[in-house]
Design a binder for this molecule. Sequence first.
Ligand code: NAP
Length: 265
Amino acid sequence: MNRLDGKVALISGAARGIGAETARLMAKAGAKLVLGDLLDERGREIAQAIGATARYVHLDVTREADWQAAATLAVGVFGGLDILVNNAGIFTGRSIEEATLEDWNRLVAINMTGVFLGTKLALPALRERGKASPHGSAIVNLASIAGLVGSQLDPLYSMTKGGVTLFTKSAALEFGRKGYRVRVNSIHPGVIETDMGAQTFVARARAHLGSNDVAAAKEISRSTHPIGRLGTPEDIAKGIVFLASDDAGFMTGAGLVVDGGLTAQ
Ligand code: NAP
């Protein structure tokens, strides 16, 4: 189950957090990997720890030329591309009144333009490999629960993730209509213990407690998850591996919610 033997995956934002854990789990599942990030040293370390089946490439998701180079590397070194994980993303933790136009433009560039460019520039290679694969190639987009319900902490982040949620469905429809064998799905994490998760505790302390008490804010955050704990990068990486695998062969245009029950209430 959930095996990726013989498949090649490209992951953005793979130097840390959910992206790095996804790289590790995909390697264990048998995939060959191209890892992209801005953090070159950390990204190279992750790729080296995985071994000869992983390569690192500098990938700023807002730059078309970087995406082209990453897709070309996957095809040149590993012979093709079966899986794209649009993982890179940022969070500002600013209210509508605090946020500047620069904050918004940066969020849009990384969280939305990055997903559009990745999809567009990886598509030719994904289509090619999809022709011969029993269940086609796969794109997995990192949305968020903030792409399903509103966010009290970062309304602008929520707007970008809502965009990713519907772009996922629209891309699935377009590729289906055109007969491309490329499935497109999104994943919607609850609060996950990564550097971004830590940023949300700082924002929550400020917004809800009017203080810097990050430990108290983290406890509030934990208590909103009915399952009784915060998520780990592995919780999300397992969902990404599933969506990328042939076990999800009848899924496209869907959103997998992995949030400890947060949006069930
Ligand atoms: P993270 O720990 O902050 O890691 C994100 C990675 O993306 C970092 O290595 C970051 O590098 C990289 N990145 C940022 N801008 C980039 C760019 N322009 N090009 C390429 N890489 C870039 O975040 P995470 O928690 O693993 O989140 C991964 C994804 O899950 C994001 O899309 C996020 O919105 C989503 N998500 C996270 C949570 C959560 O609670 N953690 C919840 C819901 C959804 P730098 O350090 O250089 O910025």
